[in-house]
Design a protein around this ligand. Sequence first.
Ligand SMILES: [Zn+2]
Length: 260
Amino acid sequence: MRLSDVLSKAPTQEYVQIEGFMNNKNLTYGNQRKIEIGKFALNYFCHKCADLRSFWSTDTIFCLGVDSKTISIDINLKCNCETDVQVWFLIESENDISSFAPKVRIIKKSERLGNHVSRAPGSYGVESINLEKSDQAFKDSLGIGSMVYLRIIYEHVTKMVADSIGLSILTDSGRKKPFNQLLREVDQQQSIIPSEFTNHGYTLFKELSEIIHGNSTEEIALEKYGPCRRLLVGILENIKNKEEIRSALTSLNWNQTLQE
Ligand SMILES: [Zn+2]
């Protein structure tokens, strides 16, 4: 197995033995070295290709020395259409990372996706199924159909967050809260709308609704699909990010410490 095989998979706790790639020569802190680790790809949704694509690494990969067991790799992965994603890995070895057969694992991975790339569908739990359906409708040139799925996701995810914090989706008189109200209440407590469009959470819903209710054409819907999808994915990312941070805090027992 090569380091590229490790980088192409999700990080795990376990160390994996790989072929050495540092020629048994130490790399001191802050120094850079070209390494031969093989090409690898990660899957993302490319908005320019409107499809799930493999984003490939180039032949030349550089790593940065941290200490005798750790290196950092900053890499650009590219879709066929040249859209790129920046991914940063921190790799730790159980023994000396420059040895002939180090055992390694990824201890940190972060991605800068930019405006034309989203995580692959499948990353957002139950919402992923509808996201895949909306992408499929878009590929079949069904603009309005694709927007219907985006609106379903938006309503569903907002209700799920309301449920998770014990916020009722009904008014005092037992009626369903208008979406505008529910979204505002959920956002006040959980900040699910990314700060870049914090005042436009409901505008996005209105945009989707207007298209669905026939105040638009298929062409306009197809044109608006990419940007609307990007904003909705921003909300899904935000929710996912907050959940991951909460679970990380819990596993470190910091929740308790913060309350004390
Ligand atoms: Zn592409």
